[in-house]
Structures are given as structure tokens and as C-alpha cells.
Design a protein around this ligand. Structure first.
Ligand SMILES: Nc1nc2c(ncn2[C@@H]2O[C@H](COP(=O)(O)OP(=O)(O)O)[C@@H](O)[C@H]2O)c(=O)[nH]1
Ligand SMILES: Nc1ncnc2c1ncn2[C@@H]1O[C@H](COP(=O)(O)OP(=O)(O)O)[C@@H](O)[C@H]1O
Length: 210
């Protein structure tokens, strides 16, 4: 979705954008970017690096019924809510999209995303496949990116090495990964996260190409 409202001045200043000579980033129109890929492929790692380079990019904070992992902060990594609270958000139409993943509910709070896009910001949704499909219906102009692992063996090893999920949660994520990877061609671009720097460059190119 594109909105012609000019961005607030502070988002255009080089101080907040950490401009490099190669990539001039001046967000004038709001934009929605969907970032999907199997659990453990490196989405969070890539987005952290991207936002380090471009702090003006906004990352939507989702609501989830999953328990916080060690080190995760409520309101920063996710809004951690009960199933009842999540259901109330759905019933009150507060979510832009939502889905169940590996036994937990996840959803994107609508109001902050709409406000940021209307203010000319570029907003990234890091969401799973079903949510991405819903966004494709409601925001057909959103840029849809999919991250692939170099191999299934490497994906499993990354989830295990991350060491943040119980064995049953890992098994569910790997099972779901097969379905998600199968749907990669539905997305505008596919990025293979083998070498992190190469993948980050591909991600930058996809986001800033037009
Ligand atoms: N549909 C949807 N999926 C989400 C949302 N937030 C996170 N997810 C996805 O839910 C899946 C599980 O996320 P998480 O439990 O943090 O595990 P991780 O991806 O293995 O780190 C991932 O594919 C996320 O991209 C959301 O708001 N909506
Ligand atoms: N290109 C890469 N090469 C090797 N390990 C990686 C790479 N990208 C991410 N990782 C590691 O894989 C694990 C999963 O990454 P993470 O960003 O948490 O994935 P996701 O957010 O997709 O679930 C982390 O331990 C991370 O350090």
C-alpha cells in the first residue's frame, strides 16, 4: 500500500537514517514489507542487521500467546498475551492478520501499522505463511519476501543451536518448515540465507530497488 502523505521531517534526516554512499534512503511514501520464512532460517538475525543499518525502518511488534523465551522483553519482542486476551483482540477487529503456528497464536496489531504507513514510514511484518497470505489480500501492493535456508539440515541445525525451543516445539517448527518452503514461489522474491552478508545485501536490494 502506498500513501502520498510526506514522511515526518525527522525520518528524513541523515542522523536517523545512517545513510551510506551506496544506499540513499528517503522514505516519502509509506510502505508495507512482509518478511516470511521457516522458523530458524535467520529472519530475526537479518532484520536486526538491516535495522542496524537503517534505524528508520519500523518493525511491527506482534501479539502472541507463546511464552517468552529467556531474554525476550514484553512490548519489544512481542506483546505476550493470554488466549483470552488474544481472542478479544480478534473479536474487536484489532488485528491486521493472525494465525496459529506450532500451537500458539500470533497476530499483527492493526492500528500502529496503519498509523506508521500513513505517516510515510516503511513497516516490516515478520510473520508466517498464513498471515502473509492474509496480508496479500488486504494489502496487495505490499512487498512480499521469503527467506530460504541453504538446506533442511542446516535449518534444523540452526534451530537446535539457537537453543531456545523445547524438542516438541522444534519438531513442530521443522514440520511446518516443509509446508512454508513449498510456498516460497508465491512471494515476490526469495532470499537464500547461506552467507549472512550476501543475504543481507539481497534483502537491501529487494527493499530499496524502486
Ligand atoms: N501470522 C503471524 N505470524 C507471526 C507473527 N509474529 C510472528 N509470527 C511468526 O510466527 C512464527 C513463530 O515465531 P516465534 O515463536 O518467534 O519463533 P521463531 O520464528 O522460531 O523465532 C514465525 O514464523 C514468525 O514469523 C504475527 O503477528 N502474525
Ligand atoms: N547466515 C547464517 N549462517 C549461520 N547461522 C545463522 C545465519 N543466520 C542466522 N543464523 C543463526 O540461526 C539461528 C536462527 O536465527 P533466527 O534469526 O533466530 O531465525 P528466525 O528468526 O528465522 O527464527 C540463530 O542462532 C542465528 O544466529
Amino acid at each position: 500500500m502506498t500513501v502520498s502523505t510526506p514522511a515526518p521531517l525527522e525520518t528524513l534526516s541523515p542522523e536517523t537514517l545512517s545513510l551510506t554512499t551506496e544506499t540513499e534512503f528517503t522514505p516519502r511514501r509509506g510502505r508495507l514489507i512482509v518478511f516470511t520464512g521457516p522458523s530458524g532460517v535467520g529472519k530475526g538475525t537479518l532484520l536486526r542487521a538491516l535495522r542496524h543499518r537503517y534505524p528508520a525502518l519500523k518493525l511491527s511488534v506482534s501479539a502472541t500467546t507463546r511464552s517468552p523465551r529467556p531474554g525476550e522483553v514484553n512490548g519489544q519482542d512481542y506483546f505476550f498475551v493470554s488466549r483470552d486476551e488474544f481472542r478479544a483482540m480478534v473479536e474487536q477487529g484489532e488485528l491486521l492478520e493472525w494465525a496459529e503456528f506450532a500451537g500458539n497464536l500470533y497476530g499483527t496489531p492493526k492500528t500502529p501499522v496503519i498509523k506508521e504507513i500513513e505517516a510515510g514510514q516503511w513497516v516490516i511484518l515478520e510473520i508466517e505463511l498464513e498471515g502473509a497470505r492474509q496480508v496479500r489480500e488486504t494489502f496487495p501492493h505490499a512487498l512480499q519476501l521469503f527467506v530460504l535456508p541453504p538446506s533442511l539440515e542446516e535449518l534444523e541445525s540452526r534451530i537446535r543451536l539457537r537453543g531456545k525451543d523445547a524438542d516438541d516445539a522444534i519438531a513442530r517448527r521443522l514440520q511446518r518448515a516443509l509446508v512454508e518452503i513449498d510456498a516460497a514461489s508465491e512471494f515476490d522474491e526469495q532470499i537464500v540465507n547461506d552467507d549472512l552478508e550476501v543475504a543481507l545485501q539481497q534483502l537491501e536490494n529487494a527493499i530499496f530497488k524502486d
